[in-house]
Unconditional design. Structure first.
Length: 382
């Protein structure tokens, strides 16, 4: 029998948020059938999927039933039932990234142990059982991370002085040295079943001081060529050592001495790759589809310089979302608005992003500042 054509193979995605939404938008170009599972009936993917199922991503039976008609299963969030994914893989379904890799990455402790075992540079760390263990082992200043369930800025606490120790997590986790870094960068890398790999040029990230999530980024990162080459080599090493199929975002610190340390990884499309839709020859979303369908990987070259601004819910606003400043943003040359279709806003919730294209670095930064100041997501009082 011949191979089943790409168009006839159904793709099931666990998670129906903005990453799934942008995957669907890319999948439309391939005429793919996309099935989505998400616990929220109004999830961003709910109106776009070929078939949308409301259900829990962590429930074994729900995942098994959802995946039954699908040929390939992937994720847009790590908090999924890996036992079900292992059973599906054993039954002959293609699951990418592989369940064992999702399981490893679900736990930051296992991530760190993996880096150490495979000689991947990362910040020195100690595993901790609870708050008392943090108090016992901590060398200040340090960062305390939850082992599991940390996501989108949650699950990370900086402990600078003794009085901060009361903020430590009272659950299994880790502490690591607080790195005095020069820049935070991310490299996205993809790998297909044939072992072909492609690397996206590094991007430079700026984090929101309160929410601990990416506020904006610049592509390419403003780093010298040797640092760029080293970062790309490390990202390739991580995906090859994992033996992973799909797309992997590798977040890294660049120290003041020029050392590169892996912070965390995400085995899926990532916030640090949104700008690839306009900024690169192939977007991270198309690349992920190419990788999991075992197609030739696309050209990752930059089309030019870009920036990406996350559109976050305003502090003090919870309710039906209303966007202020859209017209003003649309008047900015090179600005592209992506709204995620979320009806409700709350403080720091990711509601959309804006990509800005401009090859003049100074102008690009001015446009980022303008968009950050004029585009607001507030709660409609009506």
């Amino acid at each position: 029998m011949g191979k089943i054509s790409v168009q006839r193979r159904k793709l099931g995605i666990l998670g129906g948020g903005q990453l799934g939404r942008m995957l669907i938008q890319s999948a439309m170009d391939f005429n793919l059938d996309i099935h989505i599972l998400d616990p929220d009936k109004d999830a961003p993917c709910s109106k776009l999927a070929t078939k949308f199922t409301k259900g829990e991503l962590t429930d074994y039976d729900t995942v098994m039933e959802f995946a039954e008609p699908c040929d390939i299963i992937t994720i847009e969030i790590e908090n999924v039932n890996t036992k079900a994914l292992k059973a599906l893989k054993k039954a002959g379904k293609e699951v990418y990234p592989q369940p064992e890799i999702i399981e490893l990455i679900q736990d930051k402790r296992e991530q760190k142990k993996f880096y150490k075992a495979h000689k991947i540079p990362t910040a020195p760390f100690k595993l901790t059982k609870d708050r008392k263990d943090v108090e016992k082992k901590a060398s200040l200043p340090c960062v305390n991370k939850l082992g599991r369930e940390g996501y989108d800025g949650r699950g990370v606490r900086v402990i600078r002085k003794k009085s901060d120790l009361k903020k430590a997590f009272d659950k299994p986790g880790l502490i690591e040295d607080l790195i005095d870094f020069d820049k935070e960068i991310a490299v996205i890398v993809a790998r297909n079943k044939h072992g072909q790999t492609k690397v996206f040029p590094p991007v430079e990230m700026a984090f929101h001081p309160e929410a601990n999530l990416v506020e904006y980024l610049f592509a390419p990162a403003m780093i010298n060529p040797p640092i760029e080459e080293k970062a790309e080599k490390i990202a390739l090493k991580v995906i090859k050592e994992l033996d992973m199929i799909g797309i992997l975002a590798v977040e890294m610190f660049v120290t003041k001495e020029g050392e590169i340390l892996v912070n965390e990884v995400a085995p899926r499309p990532h916030n640090s790759g949104h700008q690839t839709i306009e900024g690169n020859v192939t977007s991270q979303y198309e690349q992920h589809l190419r990788a999991i369908f075992n197609l030739p990987l696309g050209d990752t070259s930059l089309r030019g310089s870009t920036a990406m601004v996350n559109v976050l819910g305003e502090e003090g606003h919870t309710g039906i979302a209303r966007f202020e400043g859209l017209e003003e943003v649309l008047s900015v040359a090179g600005a592209h608005i992506h709204l995620y279709g979320k009806k409700m806003t709350k403080p720091f919730r990711k509601m959309g992003h804006v990509t800005i294209e401009d090859n003049d670095t100074g102008r690009l930064k001015e446009k980022v500042d303008k968009i950050k100041n004029v585009l607001k997501v507030i709660a409609d009082k009506k």
